[in-house]
Design a protein around this ligand. Structure first.
Ligand SMILES: [Zn+2]
Length: 279
């Protein structure tokens, strides 16, 4: 009985959304069909985040480092086009990675943090992930991948369900999120609007080029070093050259050569990280 009721709810939700028309994407202005309301997206993130954190070694146990990542991310959150309870954290995994969980939780790993050399590179990766949330890429991607109805039902089970039912739904959802391939358009958008968020937050957008080139050289030097980062964020030279073109067109007042004024602060944090973590 309960099962039919849920299906009926999903059906009505879909009907309502189709009837009500599409929602305007706050980042791109494009009209899109969004099946998961914001409140549910946030609840989904709160429910599933602990599992993801655990998988990537848990949060680094150092308040100063977490505050730092939170402060850099917070500047980007403050200028994003969609109000969400954004949270930024550093995870202990040594595999270079960064990802966003629907609802606004954004993570960067120690493995990636350690490879960067200034704050604008960190801002670049966090800006890219912030756009994935602001533009709803992860939710849209899951809707696409799992089928909209199935996804909506799973969300219902995770948020409304109890015990085994909820855990099973969460596992299914987690597996889908891990295999989630953002579309090439999503990646382009995250790069492009990521530059915009960096500019709005006072960061030199050249940090994005530095980051992408760093990742590319690391990947060339040690293929297989990276985990899911390259599965969900394919890195191509075309992507780097496109970012360069956008900067030349829209952010020509910035110079690639000018140093990052916050590089020293980043260096202090990297030294702190080295003192508290194992290689
Ligand atoms: Zn991405």
């Amino acid at each position: 009985m309960r099962c039919y009721f849920r299906l009926l709810c999903v059906f009505l939700l879909i009907l309502f959304l189709f009837a009500g028309g599409c929602i305007k994407n706050p980042v791109t202005g494009r009209k899109e069909l969004v099946l998961i309301p914001k409140g549910q997206e946030i609840a989904l993130g709160v429910n599933s985040a602990p599992e993801f954190e655990k998988e990537f070694g848990g949060k680094v146990d150092n308040a100063q480092l977490q505050r730092y990542v939170g402060a850099v991310g917070g500047k980007l959150a403050a200028v994003s086009d969609r109000e969400m309870p954004y949270e930024y954290a550093l995870l202990s995994s040594n595999i270079p990675n960064a990802f966003a969980v629907p609802g606004g939780k954004i993570y960067v790993t120690v493995g990636l943090f350690r490879q960067m050399s200034n704050e604008r590179q960190l801002a670049a990766v966090l800006a890219h992930e912030t756009v994935h949330i602001a533009a709803g890429h992860s939710v849209q991607g899951l809707q696409r991948e799992m089928g909209a109805g199935v996804f909506a039902e799973l969300v219902g089970a995770i948020i409304g369900g109890e015990g085994a039912e909820s855990a099973a739904a969460l596992a299914k959802y987690g597996a889908a999120l891990k295999n989630l391939d953002y579309s090439r358009e999503d990646e382009s958008e995250s790069d492009e609007y990521g530059l915009k968020y960096m500019d709005r937050a006072g960061y030199n957008p050249w940090g994005m080029v530095e980051l992408l080139e760093l990742l590319q050289s690391l990947s060339n030097a040690r293929p297989g070093l990276f985990g899911d980062l390259f599965a969900s964020h394919p890195l191509t030279s075309k992507r780097v050259s496109r970012v360069r073109e956008i900067i030349a067109r829209d952010y020509s007042r910035y110079s690639a050569q000018s140093g990052d004024p916050r590089a020293q602060r980043f260096e202090q944090m990297r030294a702190l990280l080295k003192s508290v973590s194992k290689e």
